[in-house]
Design a protein around this ligand. Structure first.
Ligand code: TEU
Ligand code: CA
Length: 556
């Protein structure tokens, strides 16, 4: 595998709605982000991924785009964007935008024209398909629930396709005119605006079987099958489409791309993220995919640290000889990892630091999600009216229909909801956590008086300061070669909840051990502790770590 400039970067995801509000309307915005760039720089961030800020009706919080070349007024203006980009570059950082092109918004002018004339040229950019006697063409189920097919108003037997909400019609990537439009738009952002690359949303979904044959019903048991299964089935077809996209846009420009690519298999990986792959990198979702297979929140209890450990190490092995993954434990679709994966008694700063050590030393580009560096835990939603995500509402109903009580449904949705990671960033101990002077669009985390940037910056033992140390260690010229490119060798600790691995380069071996169990764990090791948290000891040829402790050891 060729070494690339992006391999040593530390990335940070900003969910603009929830990062920093600058005008008191309770919604985070671009000016707010610009005002916090020094914070990110001081943390050690090189690359910022901005979730969508384009013009959008906001059905899926910006992942439904109505105008790809303008900024939504709730986030500011194009001038605000230019300011932000200037500020990022002035600090030696880079900015990548979210590219959402599996689908657009039903309010996009192209789709409006298509809907008005389903036999016209614009309609060729989407999927308009005849049904079966007024019923949908096949049994595929949207990621957000219900059929992927929506009836065209005024027509008895014609449907359009949407893998996500019905307000997010899927583009037809077999249509040349559509591809030309997307490429022109991307090149405009790269060449005219000067952004540094893209995070590419839900991208494996572009490969579809145009015969729409349907698939065998899955575990939901209502005769439908998730669109995810179709995407997985079609995975090997995606590179044909995506290499063309690459060659016409970011490829020749040397821009960085990270694909959100669910449904990969080992056969397709080299084509997706190898040396001649479609993208610079892809997110490793090995942990997540095991959860996504479930037919709904109702069928999915809280996972544990052993589950996280197994999936993470499996992902490290999967990419080892193929490509350089982007590694995550949280994003705007996933709950806070400290609460989701760890035991109750580790659901706090100590557990957060232990998880940080295990995560930040992995092979790949770490993408830290806003608030993760504070050790943010689960937000307590008092009742269902506090949810904001469209998925939370459908999943709540699904829980009830499966016989859960309202209290059980609230608890289960609270565990999984995408709203968990979308509650406001906690900047200080004021009433609204320094996020806004108004009323936040979604409730604040209950611990904002004690869990916030201001407090953690002042406390050298905080989660935030520990993240800084981990980032600095990764970048330390003495160890960066090994921590960037070294292989990951999984170690067996005889304890499922203890994560241990060695990063190994030609010259060095660095051991990482993080104990998420309730018993001390011990490993044979000799050398020098580079960084640690909690109670650890390195003596008599062994490393011991108390529950919740972690250490990074330079092996001799
Ligand atoms: O997500 C793609 C995706 O398939 C899943 O993460 C899915 O949205 C989630 O598991 C449903 O509970 C991307 C974005 O990250 C997400 O925010 C968008 O909603 C989605 O695409 C549509 O653009
Ligand atoms: Ca605002």
């Amino acid at each position: 595998m060729k070494k690339q400039w992006w391999h040593g970067k530390i990335a940070y995801q900003i969910y603009p709605r929830s990062f920093q509000d600058s005008n008191g309307d309770g919604i985070g915005d671009l000016k707010g982000i610009t005002s916090r760039l020094d914070y990110l720089k001081a943390l050690g961030i090189d690359l910022i991924w901005l979730s969508p800020v384009y013009v959008s009706p906001g059905v899926d919080n910006g992942y439904d785009i109505a105008d790809y070349r303008n900024i939504d007024p709730k986030f500011g203006t194009m001038e605000d964007f230019d300011e932000l980009l200037k500020g990022v570059h002035a600090r030696g950082m880079q900015l990548i935008m979210d590219l959402v092109v599996n689908h657009c918004s039903s309010q996009h002018p192209l789709f409006k024209k298509a809907l008005a004339d389903p036999e016209g040229p614009e309609a060729a950019c989407f999927y308009f398909v005849k049904g079966k006697n007024g019923l949908p063409p096949d049994n595929l189920r949207s990621y957000f629930g219900g059929s992927v097919w929506e009836k065209v108003p005024g027509r008895d037997n014609l449907f359009y396709l949407h893998y996500f909400a019905k307000e997010q019609p899927d583009f037809n990537w077999n249509c040349k005119a559509l591809r030309d439009r997307v490429c022109a738009m991307m090149n405009w952002w790269l060449d005219e605006k000067g952004i540094d690359g893209f995070r590419i949303d839900a991208i494996m979904n572009v490969a579809k079987d145009p015969a729409f044959p349907g698939l065998p019903p899955d575990a939901l048991g209502d005769g439908t099958c998730s669109a995810a299964a179709m995407t997985a089935k079609m995975a090997c077809k995606a590179p044909l489409i995506l290499k063309d996209l690459r060659d016409r846009t970011y490829g020749p420009r040397g821009a960085f791309t990270v694909g959100e690519a669910f449904g990969l298999n080992p056969q397709v990986l080299p084509d997706i993220c190898g040396d001649d792959g479609c993208f610079s990198s892809v997110f490793d979702f090995t942990v997540r995919e095991n959860l996504e297979k479930k037919p709904g929140y109702y069928a999915c209890e809280k996972p544990d640290a052993a589950f996280w450990r197994r999936g993470t190490l499996k992902g490290q092995a999967l990419y080892a000889d193929v490509g350089f993954p982007a590694v995550i434990t949280e994003n705007h679709d996933e709950p806070r990892a400290v609460s989701f994966y760890l035991r109750k008694d580790l659901e706090g700063p100590q557990g957060a630091k232990c998880l940080a050590a295990a995560f930040m030393m992995l092979r790949g580009i770490p993408f830290i999600y806003q608030g993760q560096e504070l050790g943010m835990t689960k937000t307590e939603f008092a009742d269902q009216s506090e949810f904001r995500d469209l998925v939370a509402f459908t999943e709540y109903e699904k829980c009830l229909s499966r016989g859960m009580t309202k209290a059980q449904a609230l608890e289960r949705v609270s565990l999984h909801t995408r709203d968990q990671s979308r509650t406001p960033m906690l900047w200080d101990d004021s009433d609204t956590a320094g996020f806004t002077t108004g009323t936040p669009w979604i409730r604040l985390h209950q611990d904002h008086r004690t869990l916030n940037v201001k407090k953690e910056l002042a406390d050298p033992g905080s989660v935030l300061c520990f993240y800084k140390k981990l980032i600095a260690l990764r970048k330390d010229p003495q160890y960066s070669e090994c921590l960037t490119w070294g292989r990951t060798l999984a170690l067996d600790c005889k304890n499922e909840a203890c994560m241990a691995y060695v990063r190994q380069s030609a010259k060095q071996r660095i051991l990482v051990c993080a104990n998420f169990s309730d018993k001390p764990c011990a490993l044979a090791a000799q050398g020098e502790i580079l960084l640690k948290t909690g109670e650890t000891a390195l003596e008599n040829g062994a490393l011991t770590a108390a529950p919740g402790a972690a250490a990074v050891v330079l092996l001799s």
